[in-house]
Write a protein that binds this ligand. Sequence first.
Ligand code: SF4
Length: 725
Amino acid sequence: MTETKSTCPYCGVGCGVIIESAGGQITGVRGDPAHPANFGRLCTKGSTLHLTATAEVTLQTRLLQPMRRVARGMPPTITTWEGALDDVAERFASVIDQHGPDAVGFYVSGQLLTEDYYVFNKLAKGLVGTNNIDTNSRLCMSSAVAGYKKTLGADAPPTCYDDVNHADCLFFGGSNAAWAHPVLFRRIEDAKRARPDMKIIVADPRRTDTAEIADLYLPLRPGTDVMLFNGMLHVMLREGWTNPRFIAEHTRGFEALRERVRDCTPEQAAATCGITLEQLVRAARLFATSRATLSLYCQGLNQSSSGTAKNAALINLHLATGQIGRPGAGPFSLTGQPNAMGGREVGGLANLLSAHRDLANAGHRAEVAALWGVPSVPERPGKTAVEMFQAAADGEIRALWIACTNPAQSMPDQATVRRALDRCEFVVVQEAFSTTATCAFADVLLPATTWGEKIGTVTNSERRISRVRPAVPAPGAARHDWSVVVDVARRLETRLPRRTNDGRSLFPYALDNAAGAEAIWLEHRESTRGRDLDITGLDWAQLDAQGPQQWPMPEGALEGCSRLYEDGIFPTPDGKARFVDAVYAPTAETPDAEHPLWLNTGRLRDQWHGTSRTGTLGRLFGHVPEPALQMHPQDMGKRQLSDGDLVRVSSRRGAIVLPVEGCADLTPGQVFSAMHWGSEIVGGQGPEGAALGGVNALTNNAFCPDSKQPELKHAAVQVAAARLP
Ligand code: SF4
């Protein structure tokens, strides 16, 4: 038996795993006791990873050969890698030649490794000459990115998991960590047991498992987070609980915010949020007066049409009280995916460039062009996720390359997304699994490696870079994502007019082996020199010898940096953090007579994304066996519904049928459904019988103007007993 250290491919906690293998087959998995993210622990998903990689599951679910469709609606047939890659290069080159570089788009994923992300970004921005590259991390983290940049000056969570052990107050905002980040939550439970005086506040429209350990639960009305935070700041100012010295020495912009919150009375804030005045005042007191307050937040803040304002308003509280830059204190956004952070590092979003540079900054564009050795990086803004599929639906984007993600299930407003995929002249899907709904729309399918087979690195929520190592060979003809990109890119280099300054290839990496992946990582490393995430002091040998490290780790550093801003200096031109005048705005859609209920969507403990992997394992359905719509018993009574009745749930964009179940953890007027399932839109039929989108048939693609993150969390719906044929 061989043992290989790697990283769990599910959530952003980024737990270390030890993979056991024999005879080219994964036979077991256990937590890595030496990994600082989990110290040997794994949750139900992580501890069953090996069972999702058996020979039988591989045969049933994996994409094992390149495939091509001669026409949409026809079954795909096996082709060679040469044929598939030539086809992709030819069709992309043809669209670019006829319609320009912005007629193509790349939609990638926080499941990809940093090396995969890096070459995808270089292909789009360096070779093709378009910024139309975005990622499913847009659906998950972009509001946190924008919030950090606006306030602290850089996209860098200043905290670490160890801060849980130093905090006297934990504030959860829109995070059900008990289910979404289980191993971190176990650490929090341990900390609470060891220090019962530590106070936990949970603000969430649903009384989740996370709320079960709360000293103070705030049953927030959907979307009112900014009002809560501004109301808390009003109380802090009134009671003298702010930190004037920290504000004066380390921040700017407080006066405008003070004026803003002057009008936001606690009574008004409490009423808007649907909580009591006592709850609001107690939350403000615990947050401000605890020795160290750590806030943990996730999709409840991010997936919102005012996601950036919500993030900024919470960070305002940390700055106003000086709860930052000390052990146990600071704003800590939890990343959903295993490498959402790595994607941000390499600039794998439409508005970013390598190493936290901004596309809108001419100096940054020139730096990246120099690093890559190309004449320029295009200035034109790229399309973000929702914009990209809208542009494809409108015929503006004609060729799409989708990698390691399933937009035909995960994007909001599925009707538009599916119209886009149908209309696109050429769709490439690069995937490990043949079972995703998006595969049904592909003209070419490119088989990719996945967990247990991949080589590279990922970065977790606390900025910690971990190695991903292969335990077994790739099954069938599957190849590493970065290798596929490089192979197509080289073919495109012979077909496109854009050239490097010296005529050399932009993609000089050895294909399909560890040396190639490491060469890409080293290039990424060099791009970070002098930046806030500088890792020029790190290499793969060190990661092997010392274990996972947190950035920054500049040349000369002996280890990574666990906490940022302990010196009170922020990465802004004058070293001071910025208060943001965060303005409360209701959700893009609010309940009305036609659609009287709030729909909330979220995650289950034992499923992951569209269930490509977790759905292969019966035991992971023991926790929640099937899709359902949760509804408060009062609302069920009004509609004369009983548990298990089928209901038709409809929004302005679509309708689905689900069994209903009573749930008193919701307040009346709200319903909830998990985002993992792909159930059928009533009256709709997907190509090749594909499920039509599940709950995202209903969700709203309105997005935050700053982060462009869509409002997956909030939609107005009506619910009625389903009339079956
Ligand atoms: Fe994997 Fe997240 Fe569970 Fe850790 S907590 S084992 S990273 S799913």
